[in-house]
Design a protein around this ligand. Structure first.
Ligand SMILES: *Cc1c(COP(=O)(O)O)cnc(C)c1O
Length: 387
């Protein structure tokens, strides 16, 4: 069969199983409401938790940087691409999470791929939560270390895997999301850290969804639980409203990552204005205590009201609310019905979540006003009546 035909068939297969994805197109900036097809709708599915993606101070920082430093970094970080902006951002983000050093990456995906591939390799062992983010899974595969997957947040299972496999490995690394992106639940970091330590394993914590939201000044779940991971991954495309990521660790680890992470070494450095935008966002995130309180209150309100309406909303302790539906097609139909009612909530299907657990993933923002949350609840109420 011709190659093009084979792909066409694979595509039809996706469509037939309700797994074909086609993004909706947003016009104008991200915010509590967005414009889709000329219509303003309430946005309840972005990771722009604090509403910073269109913040004037961050936009101004980008403009000023573009004028002063230009747009491109002109090569990878190890050639011409380490500019003042990158340097300053790395120092400030290390300081933010109380780590000695940090390395800036263009995306969280690239950070996880590069960090895992640098830190572990053949003969090493990675112990990974079963619901870890795809970038951690892909980074583990790329590293060619042996990967041992423990049941979601199950420290007893983690311990039995460590007991069995740690002695045979050269280096060992335990890796986990801090706040799980599709379920909104947190990892028992303190227990995991104790275990990792007692088995001479390193601990990598990916704070993508927690940073900016949880912990003192938004410093993440590690800070909240008083845990100091060997490696902390923070992404800048979520609460920070920008793009990019940083890897915070000891001087030695960061130096090693700068030398060995292929996604750092062999990729053009992010534009200096991105680093400037992240710095401006960091200032706002530090001062966003009130916004964090509003964000979590908005989530609590949605969670309790949707449960009253009969939706299955599992317990979660964050701004992320899964509304479990199960069936792929039905999930997408509900998402479409909500959009008709002016509420934008994407359906999340496998492989992003396990088979049979398709869901609507609701993420309110700190900048949603009470009447907007009410409007969302009304839309769900009218769905429930239609069922
Ligand atoms: C979003 C996410 C990433 C990827 O970060 P990007 O900057 O979007 O590439 C990595 N890890 C986790 C847990 C995430 O949720």
């Amino acid at each position: 069969m011709a190659f093009q035909t084979q792909i066409r068939e694979a595509l039809s297969e996706l469509e037939a199983t309700g797994l074909l994805r086609t993004p909706l197109r947003i016009s104008g900036p991200q915010g509590p409401e967005v414009e889709i097809n000329g219509r303003r709708v309430l946005c309840l599915c972005s990771n722009n938790y604090l509403g910073l993606a269109n913040h004037p101070a961050i936009v101004a920082a980008c403009e000023a940087s573009a004028r002063k430093e230009g747009v491109g970094a002109a090569a990878s970080r190890l050639i011409t691409g380490t500019m003042d902006a990158h340097h300053e951002a790395e120092a400030l983000f290390a300081d933010f999470v109380r780590a000695p050093a940090a390395a800036l990456f263009a995306t969280g995906y690239a950070a996880n791929l590069g960090t895992l591939q640098a830190l572990v390799g053949p003969g090493d062992a990675v112990f990974s939560d079963s619901l870890n983010h795809a970038s951690l899974i892909d980074g583990s595969r790329l590293s060619r270390a042996n990967v041992h997957v423990y049941s979601h947040r199950d420290v007893d299972h983690l311990e039995s895997l460590l007991r069995e496999h740690r002695p045979l490995a050269r280096r060992a690394l335990v890796i986990t999301d801090s706040l799980f992106s599709m379920d909104g639940v947190t990892a028992p970091l303190r227990d995991i850290a104790t275990l990792a330590h007692s088995y001479d394993a390193g601990l990598l914590v990916d704070e993508a969804h927690a940073l900016g939201v949880l912990g003192p000044n938004g410093r993440g779940l590690s800070a909240e639980q008083g845990v100091e991971p060997d490696v902390l991954i923070g992404t800048l495309g979520k609460s920070f409203g920008v793009a990019g990521a940083f890897v915070a660790a000891s001087e030695e680890l960061v130096s090693f990552i700068r030398n060995r992470a292929r996604s750092f070494v062999y990729s053009t450095a992010p534009p200096p204005m991105l680093a400037r935008a992240a710095i401006a966002a960091l200032q706002l995130v530090r001062e966003a205590d009130e916004a964090r309180t509003t964000l979590l209150a908005n989530a609590d309100k949605l969670r309790s009201e949707l449960r009253v309406l009969g939706f299955e909303v599992p317990e979660s302790d964050s701004q992320i609310l899964p509304v479990l539906i199960g069936d792929n097609d039905r999930t997408m139909q509900l998402s479409a019905k909500l959009l008709e009612r002016g509420i934008f909530v994407q359906g999340i299907r496998p492989p992003t979540v396990p088979e049979g657990t398709a869901r609507l993933r609701l993420t309110p923002m700190a900048t949603h006003r009470p009447e907007q949350i009410e409007r969302a609840i009304d839309a769900f109420a009218s769905l429930a009546r239609d069922e």
